[in-house]
Design a protein around this ligand. Structure first.
Ligand SMILES: Cc1cc2nc3c(=O)[nH]c(=O)nc-3n(C[C@H](O)[C@H](O)[C@H](O)COP(=O)(O)O)c2cc1C
Length: 220
């Protein structure tokens, strides 16, 4: 399978960095194709505005979605975005790997979505959900959290991780046609011992190697 991992952690020696290295090595060793968009290493610019385009539909007033539709029809995205769009089109499975920040995506990854998931390339023209551009592909979040699992439960101060990730699962992946794989979550990597961290690394490798068959989330 072809796997695109969009990675949003600035520190290579972090636990996220260790997860990424173990996962990529295992996928390649098993004969899969892997591309990694390491957003901090790339210096990815997360701000979405006219800098997305080399084309201009309306110079007087910026309508972001109208400019995106025009750029899609006229090959008008800047090369840095076109390259990410090409990776999306290439992959069978998309993985967002990131630490949860304020119960959501770090800004650099949110900005990647804002800019790369453009009208005419990821949605629009009646193409969404099951009829979306990415129908037939799978997507998964691989997250780390500062909190332990009890915090992310029905009796905790937050909600189960599937609920926390609903805007990403349904609003980003599902909306654009991806089938959504149950998330992989690492709770409190800085608060557990080396044995527990090693177990997480092994489970992550196992999950990445079974992305094509891992259980999917469903909505009514
Ligand atoms: C800006 C920021 C916001 C954070 N928000 C949350 C949060 O909402 N919930 C949580 O459990 N941890 C939160 N954390 C903690 C990180 O998720 C945690 O440190 C990270 O997942 C650990 O992974 P690492 O060792 O690879 O860095 C936040 C950290 C930062 C820097």
């Amino acid at each position: 399978m072809r796997v695109l991992i969009v990675f949003a952690h600035a520190e290579p020696s972090s636990f996220n960095g260790a997860l990424l290295r173990a996962g990529v090595a295992a996928l390649l060793a098993a004969g899969h194709e892997v591309q990694v968009s390491d957003l901090y290493a790339m210096g990815f610019d997360p701000v979405s505005d006219r800098r997305n385009f080399v084309t201009v539909a309306n110079p007087d007033r910026l309508g972001q979605q109208a400019e995106e539709a025009y750029a899609s029809a006229n090959n008008g995205f800047v090369p840095a975005l076109q390259a990410e769009m090409d990776k999306l089109a290439w992959c069978d499975v998309l993985v967002f790997q990131f630490p949860i920040w304020w119960l959501g995506l770090p800004a650099i990854l949110k900005g990647w979505v804002d800019r790369v998931f453009a009208v005419g390339r990821a949605y629009g023209g009646g193409r969404w959900f099951e009829g979306g551009f990415f129908a037939g592909k799978r997507a998964m979040c691989a997250v780390s959290l500062g909190g332990l699992e009890d915090v992310y439960s029905d009796s905790g101060v937050y909600a189960p991780i599937e609920d926390v990730l609903f805007p990403i699962h349904r609003g980003i992946f599902g909306f654009t046609g991806f089938s959504v794989i149950a998330p992989f979550a690492v709770y409190g990597p800085g608060r557990i011992d080396a044995t527990a961290r090693e177990a997480y690394l092994e489970r992550y490798v196992e999950r990445l190697l079974t992305l094509e068959t891992a259980p999917l989330l469903e909505w009514k």
